[in-house]
Design a protein around this ligand. Structure first.
Ligand code: NAD
Length: 427
């Protein structure tokens, strides 16, 4: 690995294990592509990071304070873009790691954005709707100097949604004195959101699955798929693949998984889920744990729940031919190498789940230009951009015998490096 910086630069507060993982990925690709040492050093850290204290009046009249973050990793290509998550594990390292991944993801997709991420350390399930709204509004006012349609455009992430974006947009608009829909993406359609945004990430994952199946020569007429996580990303992916004639043999949620080697009727499962609140118990299926689910024999495995689920402990037990990452960071670097040695290609998160940020970009463009595209138009444009990025990654991986993750990173990092070189260093 590249020996860089430890002597000249003291450790930064963001350098948690999580962040160091993203940094190691950058170091690996920087070495492989011969990236200029000074540019590499600049890209290893966030450009700016803001930590805020967020006081909130609780329903019982008391005041509680929460810690919030907003990090810009890089803004060379345009305004920073990235989600806001509410979760008890949010910290500066995690947010900085995810901001860095957003930089590579946006560059890879050819979007005119830099990378950002934000969050509040909170157990969101313990808050009432009113407390969540006050928390969101106060956090927005604390980070208001960083955000704006030309500066930084937040979007939903774990435990934030369309409603959260509507509150952020309203708080920002009231503070600047006029309505600014384009300060966030992932808004409800009635206040400037885009058709197709909710399904965009799953649609992009499904596209990558079909593309990878073709590229890696899976001959099965009805390829079998296992999906971990049956939320926004997982359920849309499973449903679209089901519609394309794929056989979804197992899916899971936080409570556990279900398995039927003959295939699961996904539209009926969706109806079951909205009635029962979990996939378990769906007729004609056997119960499996989330751990067992990952080891089920299939053509394609789609982790679409949490990060860090495919590790050195289970990488040699997986029974799939291809992995397509719906979640952010589901595969640890050690597992990635083990899978590579086993000949199992991994389509990386920064490509596979980039459908969300791509349609966020469409939402921003429509907002800035006062346009309204139909859902078909949005989906067509999404397929065009996903198709181009998939082709570029798979071609480079084949040509230079790289893991798809390394190929995707090399494309993203080299675009940022080139832009930095051309812009030069101020002053
Ligand atoms: P979601 O909250 O809609 O769904 C998450 C799903 O995972 C649910 O079915 C939940 O029950 C399940 N789950 C939670 N904990 C689990 C566990 N321990 N084991 C198994 N399943 C578990 O979230 P989402 O929007 O679908 O996001 C899923 C992943 O995709 C996250 O890693 C997220 O960062 C990533 N992602 C989402 C988007 C997007 O646009 N929604 C975009 C890019 C990346």
């Amino acid at each position: 690995m590249v020996a860089i910086s430890s002597v000249e630069r003291p450790t930064m507060e963001c350098e948690t294990e999580h962040f160091l993982m993203a940094q190691r990925q950058l170091d690996e690709i920087a070495l492989e592509m011969g990236l200029d040492r000074e540019l590499h050093e600049r890209l290893r850290y966030p450009k700016r990071a803001l930590i805020v204290t967020v006081p909130v009046r609780m329903d019982d009249g008391s005041v509680k304070t929460f810690t919030g973050y907003r990090v810009h990793h890089d803004v060379t290509l345009g305004p920073a873009k990235g989600g806001i998550r509410f979760h008890p594990e949010v910290n500066l390292g995690e947010v900085s790691c995810l901001a860095m991944l957003m930089t590579w993801k946006c560059a890879l997709m050819g979007l005119p954005y830099g990378g950002a991420k934000g969050g509040i350390r909170v157990e969101p399930w313990k808050l009432s709707a009113g407390e969540t709204e006050r928390l969101t509004r106060r956090y927005t006012s604390e980070i208001i100097n960083l955000i704006g349609p030309d500066k930084d455009i937040p979007a939903p992430d774990m435990y934030t949604n369309e409603q959260t974006m509507a509150w952020i947009m309203d708080t920002y608009s009231i503070n600047v004195g006029h309505t600014v829909p384009s300060v966030v993406t992932g808004k409800p359609v009635s206040i400037g959101g885009s058709f197709g945004r909710t399904e965009a990430t799953g649609r992009g994952v499904a596209y990558c699955v079909r593309r990878a199946v073709k590229h890696f020569g899976i001959k099965n007429e009805s390829p079998s798929v296992v999906v971990q996580g049956f939320g926004n990303v997982g359920s849309v992916t499973a449903n679209l693949l089901h519609q394309s004639g794929y056989k979804i043999v197992a899916v899971s949620d936080v409570y556990g998984g279900i398995h039927n080697p003959k295939g699961i009727d996904i539209p009926r499962l969706l109806a079951w889920l909205s009635e029962h609140g979990k996939v378990e118990g769906f007729p004609g299926t056997e119960i499996v744990t989330n751990k067992e689910l990952l080891e089920i024999e299939c053509d394609v495995l789609v982790p679409a729940a949490l990060g860090g689920v495919i590790t050195a402990a289970n990488a040699d037990k997986l029974n799939c031919k291809i992995i397509v990452e719906g979640a952010n960071g589901p595969t640890t670097p050690e597992a990635d190498m083990m899978l590579h040695d086993r000949g199992i290609p991994v389509i990386p998160d920064i490509l596979a789940n980039a459908g969300g940020v791509t349609v966020s970009y469409f939402e921003w463009v429509q907002g800035m230009m006062h346009l309204f595209w139909s859902e078909d138009e949005v989906n067509q444009r999404l397929e065009q951009i996903m198709g181009r990025a998939c082709d570029q990654v798979l071609e480079l991986a084949t040509k230079d015998k790289l893991r798809p993750r390394m190929a995707a990173l090399r494309i993203g990092v080299s675009r940022i490096a080139e832009a930095k070189r051309l812009r030069g260093l101020y002053p």
